[in-house]
Write a protein that binds this ligand. Structure first.
Ligand SMILES: *Cc1c(COP(=O)(O)O)cnc(C)c1O
Length: 392
């Protein structure tokens, strides 16, 4: 490590995944506050229709307060319950598996392809049993899963597909948008994601009845949206038709999302530039870089992950993380494989060794900062910090 001191001064610590918030978002939030309608209302409705339009006009959107909620309600609307197995990847955020457990289902892991870091369709096929009801692929880092193979498996075995698109708003596979391959696509607008509402999520579904079911489940099980009750054609009683949840998105959140969504392509282009700069300028270092983007797919460039193999890099992954932070450059880990966590070991008997590719990747991976908020200097600092920490 260098004795030149950190790349960035302490008061300019580069926060990992800090969102780019424009004046438009700020003005819209203020307008929303001044309007007197802060909860679920016209701005959420606008955000839903803008989102459907961005996804090619296919299907219906139900905006919620997180992707975790979107996954949970999609699984319930798909009829997943006790005794049902849902196949997913060990290389994901815990919310993916927690949602399956909250729905009452049993998560079953299929190992990843070590190159793409996405769920391996051959491993999925090997885990299908008579109890399997759904496949829950995650488009990791924004790289599309092999949806042709997964759709073929689902058709062959009568399984539903629920896509975790938390990284994948812009992702496409063979000209088709991620989130439109199966019954449900689940999106996240968390602060570090590609489109931000603060906290926020959305279910995209082809079927209008499924969208209604998700909206009802997301608002206490009430038969009508609260804001419709106060329309000018008189007071309407609501009916509670299910035991629902409190998962609705507020207009205050949608106010941010409306303008984030208008800039989604601009932000994607900026991340693509940074991605290529990382690819070029880190190419000579003893670390693993992401695989090239597969032909006829579109990568959402949500995460740029490098692999730190201690024997090649001369430094352990965890010392690399500490080193980057000491350079005042924020980094992330996406993810330790889920079986590393005690709750799943205790509750489900998972052992990391059972999914060896995910285990190795989870122990070597580091996410470098990749947000449209980064300017040229930030990108250069991030690259320089990697060099220094590697002693290159
Ligand atoms: C962020 C994330 C989620 C959860 O999203 P929230 O909106 O924070 O609930 C789920 N799955 C993956 C892969 C994620 O990255």
């Amino acid at each position: 490590m260098s004795d030149r001191g950190p790349v960035r001064p302490k008061d300019r610590f580069m926060v990992f995944g800090a969102p780019l918030i424009g004046e438009e978002e700020i003005a819209e939030v203020v307008a929303c506050l001044r309007s007197g309608w802060v909860g679920t209302g016209p701005r959420v409705a606008q955000f839903q229709s803008d989102f459907v339009k961005y996804q090619g006009g296919v299907g219906h959107a139900a905006a919620l307060n997180s992707a975790t909620a979107a996954l949970h309600l999609s699984l319930l609307a798909a009829g997943i319950g006790p005794g049902d197995e849902v196949i997913t990847t060990p290389m994901t955020f815990c919310a993916t598996v927690n949602a399956i457990l909250h729905a009452g289902g049993t998560p079953v892991l299929a190992d990843i392809d070590p190159l793409t870091l996405n769920i391996d369709p051959e491993q999925v096929a090997a885990r299908i049993t008579p109890r399997t009801k759904a496949i829950l692929p995650v488009h990791f880092a924004g790289r599309s899963c092999r949806m042709d193979a997964l759709v073929a498996l689902a058709n062959q075995h009568g399984l539903k597909i629920i896509e975790d698109c938390a990284h994948a708003i812009e992702t496409e596979f063979h000209g088709q948008k991620a989130g439109t391959f199966g019954e449900f696509g689940c999106f996240s607008f968390y602060v570090t994601k590609n489109v931000v509402t603060g906290e926020g999520g959305l279910v995209l579904t082809r079927n209008a009845e499924d969208a209604d079911r998700v909206r009802i489940l997301g608002l206490h099980g009430m038969s009508r949206d609260a804001w419709k009750r106060f329309s000018d054609d008189g007071y309407k009683h609501y009916q509670v038709v299910e035991v629902g949840f409190k998962y609705n998105m507020m207009d205050l959140q949608a106010a941010i999302g409306l303008h984030q969504l208008r800039r989604v392509e601009e932000s994607w282009q900026r991340r693509e530039q940074i991605w290529h700069q990382y690819m070029n300028e880190l190419a000579s270092l003893p670390i693993g870089l992401p695989a090239p983007v597969e032909p006829n797919t579109r990568h959402a460039y949500h995460l740029f992950t490098v692999m730190i193999d201690e024997h090649e890099a001369g430094i352990s992954r965890d010392r690399f993380l500490t080193g980057m932070t000491a350079q005042n450059v924020g980094v992330g880990v996406h993810y330790l494989s889920l079986p590393e966590h005690p709750v799943y070991q205790e509750r489900l008997g998972w052992r990391p060794e059972e999914w060896p590719h995910a285990m190795r990747v989870g122990r070597q991976t580091v996410s470098l900062n990749l947000t449209p908020r980064m300017n040229a200097e930030d990108t250069a600092d991030s690259i320089e910090a990697v060099r220094r920490v590697l002693g290159a």
